[in-house]
Design a protein around this ligand. Sequence first.
Ligand SMILES: CC(C)(COP(=O)(O)OP(=O)(O)OC[C@H]1O[C@@H](n2cnc3c(N)ncnc32)[C@H](O)[C@@H]1OP(=O)(O)O)[C@@H](O)C(=O)NCCC(=O)NCCS
Length: 175
Amino acid sequence: MSKKKFAKESATIMTEMVLPNDTNTLNNLMGGRLMHWMDVVAAIAAQKHSNRIVVTASADSISFKQPIALGNVVTLQSKVTRAFNSSMEVFIEVSAEDIPASKKTITHRAFFTFVAVDQNGKPIEIPEVVPETAEEIELFDGALRRRQLRLVLAKRMKPEDAMELKSIFNLDITK
Ligand SMILES: CC(C)(COP(=O)(O)OP(=O)(O)OC[C@H]1O[C@@H](n2cnc3c(N)ncnc32)[C@H](O)[C@@H]1OP(=O)(O)O)[C@@H](O)C(=O)NCCC(=O)NCCS
């Protein structure tokens, strides 16, 4: 990986209004619609970082603590936190705003992983991420352990090879 790019170069913002066709029978945003928007905003960030076609490899657990109501304006912000070989982690933050009531709440934070591929769908090397702000550095530093956790859960890494995870828990996760 020779080329480097700043984290901010991938920053993406997407704004949507919750319309009747986006809601469940309680007039709240459907979880699947939100996940679709998250996938799109994260894919754009991943494309900006890699200048490649990207595919979603995984989405870390997403929980729905509070509903987003019909008529709310949903803002999704995404940024690549760290790149590995062909894969990159993208951080997504979602906020919902009731504009007439002047109320805005952060509703979701999530991490998706994208893989840059060539025209044949084969993974291809991507630039490194250079974090600058305190938040970008914190996200960059945590990305390695999150990668190890998701690869162990996907059975793509042996627990005994997840050195970063072992060191934070200070225990032997192979037992
Ligand atoms: C993602 C995909 C390209 C990986 O291909 P592969 O042949 O398994 O390639 P590799 O084993 O070389 O892995 C490539 C990278 O993907 C990462 N990866 C693969 N599965 C992953 C997972 N579940 N979570 C996180 N990263 C994953 C690997 O860690 C590796 O990262 P690195 O190059 O930065 O080290 C392939 O599985 C694919 O095309 N999946 C379908 C993608 C798609 O269609 N998404 C939309 C779903 S409808």
